[in-house]
Design a protein. Structure first.
Length: 536
């Protein structure tokens, strides 16, 4: 039966009634959508477009009596339809979540006090966002800054709030150029009140139809994570992929691994199902997950084994220090099929594989074919059926350059610094691996700052040391002082020669000497892996 015209025909909606529908939960966001992720600049750009009368695109809503879990906006009303004998027609926002959320948070004149809901019902997925103002003198939209906003900065949240807007305008009367400021405020209110947004409906009770529409919208250009897309497309099957991924993360024995990226877990799932990791379409994955939902039990076991191996054998204690996410994906996909006997005998080889692929930066710019062949060869190797290292692994490596903790090589270097057993100012050793696992790059600060040296000389690994973030300033001063205990200095790669250079404040040669010290250590380790330094 065809849907009534008022449900299925496109409409033009002004912003104030649109936001009122959101507040009353007549428009809601289904939980198969990704959370709110827009940056401050994206929010400002949307508001600028409205101010300039530029189009911001249409919204798409799914009108249905089907009940789904939804996000809860702070300031919105509670859902009063539970248990209703006559379920209401709901409007689920399929396209426009980021835009509508931006408008609601920026322009809604109500606050949490208007809602009768318990605070526990407010969704934690919505962050606290910086308030947006309109500078009436420059006629520019601005984000709130520290301190009190200038008197001529109009909070855009007042545009649809007549009482408080009037109070703000009264204060403008005391400012120079009050007439112009008031006129600009009025024009701004009119522009936002009159701005029209097309709303395109899909009227059906079929969740499959709705999610298919959702998929086509998001594959047409809206950036969305693969995890949330798969979650949306399996929602009709009651699989709740995001919930299953969260349970896997919560089940890990070491909670330092619980912040592993959702995409890593989905990639392990893809690897276990024989799907190319770089595939651009979600349909094969959705079909196989729907057919074999028990795959997540396999993934849970595989990930647990991989985390344990990386922590115990490689001192990779959290995702913060993992050089490549593909490494844990491949290890997990391989080890799930290896019995304990083969695993024990293969640990040393697997250790060498991990560090060889790290130092050669093997997974930089990799493709699906290389990933698939690497998984196949490693699986055979740990079962004793083939050579361990990939055939295309280049065994010559360059000395490291600029230190960037996002790179695999720099993370390996940071772990090398931790391996020296760095001490604090009292001579007590840090657990450097633990510090890196918890704090990442913040546990590996610069040693020399504001020396007057060219930036290129201070951007290398030789200008890094390991410290608890709260201790970094004190430890830095201590290491660079003549009173530093030699054993503490040595634990941070500062030998007698380096200490003499510090005393003379010969920073350029100090960094050069420290670099030579670390390169010699790294070269020895690379040699143990069967790798060679270029030019060595």
């Amino acid at each position: 039966m065809a849907s009534p015209a008022f449900l299925s025909q496109p409409t033009i909606q002004r912003i104030p009634p649109l936001l009122e529908e959101v507040r009353l939960r007549q428009i809601v966001v289904p939980r198969f959508q990704r959370p709110f992720v827009w940056s401050d600049e994206q929010r400002l750009e949307l508001m600028r477009s409205i101010n300039e009368g530029l189009p911001i695109g249409s919204l798409m809503v799914w009108r249905t009596s089907t009940a789904l879990e939804t996000y809860r906006f702070p300031g919105s009303e509670p859902d009063r339809s539970a248990g209703s004998a006559d379920p209401p027609v709901r409007q689920y926002l399929l396209d426009g979540h980021q835009r509508v959320t931006t408008l609601f948070f920026a322009l809604a004149p109500w606050g949490d006090e208007s809602s009768e809901a318990n605070e526990d019902e407010i969704d934690e997925d919505y962050p606290t966002l910086r308030e947006i103002f309109f500078d009436l003198r420059r006629e520019e939209l601005e984000l709130e800054r520290k301190g009190e906003a200038p008197a001529y900065w109009l909070p855009v949240a007042l545009l649809f709030d007549p009482y408080n807007l009037f109070a703000f305008q009264r204060k403008l009367e005391d400012l120079e150029g009050a007439r112009d400021l008031l006129s600009r405020a009025e024009r701004l209110v009119t522009r936002f009140k009159d701005y029209a947004i097309p709303v395109l409906p899909i009227a059906t009770d079929s969740l499959d139809t709705a999610t298919k529409s959702f998929q086509r919208i998001n594959s047409a250009g809206t950036t969305m994570s693969e995890v949330h897309m798969v979650n949306a497309l399996t929602y009709a099957k009651d699989l709740r992929i995001i919930d299953r991924i969260s349970r896997i993360k919560d089940s890990l024995e070491d909670d330092r691994w619980s912040n592993i990226d959702d995409q890593v877990i989905l990639n392990i799932c893809k690897a276990r199902l024989g799907i190319e990791l770089h595939t651009k379409t979600t349909e094969p994955l959705v079909a196989r997950i729907t057919k074999s939902p028990e795959i997540f039990d396999e993934v849970e076991r595989a990930l647990s084994t991989a985390c344990r191996f990386l922590s115990d054998e490689c001192m990779i204690l959290s995702p913060y220090t993992l050089p490549y996410s593909y490494q844990i994906v491949i290890i997990a996909s391989v080890l799930e099929d290896v019995d304990e006997q083969h695993l024990e005998s293969a640990k040393n080889d697997l250790y060498n594989w991990f560090w060889s692929t790290t130092y050669t930066e093997y997974f930089a710019g990799t493709n699906s074919t290389r990933l698939r062949l690497t998984m196949e060869s490693l699986g055979k190797a740990v079962r004793g059926e083939a050579d361990l290292l990939p055939d295309d692994l280049v065994r010559e490596i360059d000395p490291p350059g600029r230190f960037d903790f996002r790179s695999a090589r720099s993370r390996a270097i940071a772990l090398g610094l931790a391996d020296r057993g760095p001490c604090d100012t009292e001579g007590e050793p840090y657990d450097g691996y633990e510090l890196l696992a918890l704090h990442g790059r913040s546990a590996c600060p610069k040693l020399l700052r504001r020396t007057g040296l060219p930036r290129a000389l201070t951007e290398g690994f030789e200008n890094r040391f390991i410290a608890a973030p709260g201790d970094a300033n004190d430890l830095r001063s201590y290491l660079l002082s003549p009173d530093c205990d030699p054993d503490v200095a040595k634990s941070h790669g500062i030998d007698r020669r380096a200490a003499d250079l510090i005393e003379r404040q010969d920073w350029e040669n100090f960094l050069a000497h420290r670099r030579e010290t670390y390169l010699a250590e790294e070269q020895r380790f690379a040699g143990e892996l069967g790798l060679d330094y270029k030019g060595a």
